[in-house]
Write a protein that binds this ligand. Structure first.
Ligand code: NCD
Length: 307
């Protein structure tokens, strides 16, 4: 049976260990801009129905560094036969003929799972609506492992739109595997972390708190995970305007943080981290992108069955 990467909650702790070890080995390849020939003769297709800067290029860069080749359509809604009414099912049947593995992003939660049902090549979820973004969650684990030298016994402060943000959902589903992690969810009212994720933490025996007070939370955090208010997921623009800009990390906020803490962000940022923060050594969000390529090398290698 073909193996797909669809949901963050499909991983076991052992799966994560294997991917993290392999991704760590690929990190020097990324940093030194080297090429391997592990995926020679294989084709990755990236089909995106939603905007992306990092995720798509990251997958493509990963495949090229593995020695494979890439075909891509970043505007499926506008320029593929989707515009003529072709279904995801039929698109999947087509991609089977063109590629060996496919990374897909789609605005509708669950759509990537539908696509995978019709696919006989491995499908990698590159983000489906506000539901999940497993490969971003995995690269976040790799970043934390390398920067903090551990994935357990951490106080993780997640800030922003935890209701609509698919990255925080993936983060909870993956970080729940590591003991003694404590979560602080700091959100504007109405954008709280959905109950299903809180229940996952309870099941895993991990503690969490919910707050609207960023300044009181910052001194406690080992990791500050800032996120963007997901404007495109709001039905009512006034609701977005009401909470945008509430939580901004700027130099006064840096003074409240632990010296050894790290600041992560999946990017893109809008106004929630000022450029003045970028030069602080605790800001790791640009380097996070390198971890993304290394992790996606490990993912493509694994789902192509090359190891
Ligand atoms: C995120 C996404 O698309 O969910 N970006 C990413 O993949 N690195 C975050 C966001 O859009 O806010």
């Amino acid at each position: 049976m073909v193996k797909h990467l669809l949901r963050s909650n499909h991983f076991t702790r052992e799966d994560l260990d294997v991917l993290l070890t392999r991704a760590m080995a690929f990190l020097p390849v990324v940093r030194e801009r080297r090429f391997l020939d592990l995926a020679k003769g294989k084709i990755l297709a990236t089909i995106f129905y939603e905007p992306s800067t990092r995720t798509r290029f990251s997958f493509e860069s990963a495949m090229l560094r593995l020695g494979g080749q890439v075909i891509s359509n970043p505007m499926m809604n506008e320029t593929s036969s989707t515009a003529k009414g072709e279904t995801l099912h039929d698109t999947a049947k087509m991609m089977d003929c063109f590629a060996d593995i496919v990374a897909i992003r789609h605005p509708q939660a669950g759509s990537v799972l539908d696509y995978a049902q019709a696919s006989s090549i491995p499908v990698l979820n590159a983000g489906d609506g506000s539901a999940d973004h497993p490969t971003q969650g995995l690269l976040n684990l790799l970043t934390i492992q390398d920067k903090c030298q551990r994935l357990e016994n951490l106080t993780i402060l997640m800030v922003g739109d935890l209701k609509n943000g698919r990255v925080p959902h993936a983060d909870v589903e993956l970080l729940k595997h590591y003991p003694k992690n404590h979560f602080i969810f700091c959100t504007p009212q109405g954008l709280e972390m959905p109950a299903i994720y809180l229940q996952e933490l309870e099941k895993a025996g991990l503690s969490y708190e919910q707050t609207q007070d960023l300044h009181a939370s910052l001194p406690k955090a080992d990791i500050v995970m800032q996120t963007r208010i997901q404007k495109e997921r709001f039905e009512n623009l006034a609701d977005y305007e009401a909470c945008k800009g509430i939580y901004v990390l700027d130099t006064p906020e840096l003074d409240l943080m632990k010296k050894e803490a790290i600041i992560m962000h999946p990017l893109p940022r809008v106004d929630e981290i000022t450029e003045a923060v970028d030069k602080d050594p605790r800001a790791v969000y640009f380097d996070q992108v390198n971890y993304g390529v290394a992790m996606r090398m490990a993912i493509v290698e694994s789902y192509l069955g090359l190891v």
